[in-house]
Ligand binder design. Structure first.
Ligand code: IMP
Ligand code: MG
Length: 180
């Protein structure tokens, strides 16, 4: 275990099992529909890669780069789009994929934007749902795991851009939290 991880919440094997199950539900729901996955970078990178491997039906893939944490362990509440152009998703069925749903600001802001850009339908899929009161009226259609209100890293999730490469998801130790 990495010395900065206080405890492992979800190990890689259980993550993969759950991702495979989610992919099965998505495959069932989108069978015969031309659909596009829009993944939020960089946090969803590992989840996305594993999810895609388990969806055997045709799909398109787009990514959007966003940031909301700006260096801390508390969301700033303000979402920044880092792309100069958003993908063309007009008249497409969209499945928005992100690593974690916390306040809901990210899914709400991006979702509203995709609808403004002409998405035909919109659903969302997150690997983790943090057990906090969402400030937005938003819930994901596909959820991997419910987790307690702790700051987690690994399997794509970062703190100060570190720990994304860890295969498991764990709680970051207090000592590892510094200004970045
Ligand atoms: P929301 O906008 O408050 O729902 O937060 C979602 C975004 O915050 C996610 O896309 C993550 O990038 C980030 N985030 C929220 N909680 C955590 C965490 O525990 N670890 C790492 N990133 C997190
Ligand atoms: Mg994110």
């Amino acid at each position: 275990m990495h010395s900065h991880i206080q405890k492992i919440l979800l190990n890689h094997t259980s993550i993969i099992e759950r991702v495979q199950h989610l992919a099965g539900e998505i495959t069932h729901d989108y069978e015969g529909k031309d659909f596009t996955i829009v993944a939020l970078m960089k946090g969803s990178v590992m989840f996305l890669a594993d999810l895609l491997r388990f969806i055997p039906i045709p799909l398109r893939l787009e990514t959007i780069n966003v940031a909301s944490y700006h260096g801390g362990t508390e969301s700033s509440g303000v979402l920044t789009f880092k792309n100069s152009h958003l993908p063309d998703i007009k008249d497409r069925h969209i499945l928005l994929v992100d690593d974690i749903l916390e306040s809901g600001v990210t899914l709400k802001t991006v979702g509203d934007r995709l609808l403004e850009e002409g998405a035909l339908s919109l659903r969302s899929c997150v690997l983790l749902h943090k057990n906090v009161k969402t400030t937005q009226d938003v819930i994901a259609d596909y959820i991997g795991f419910e987790i307690p209100d702790e700051f987690v890293v690994g399997y794509g999730l970062d703190y100060c851009e570190l720990y994304r490469n860890l295969p498991d998801i764990g709680v970051l130790s207090k000592e590892a939290i510094k200004n970045c």
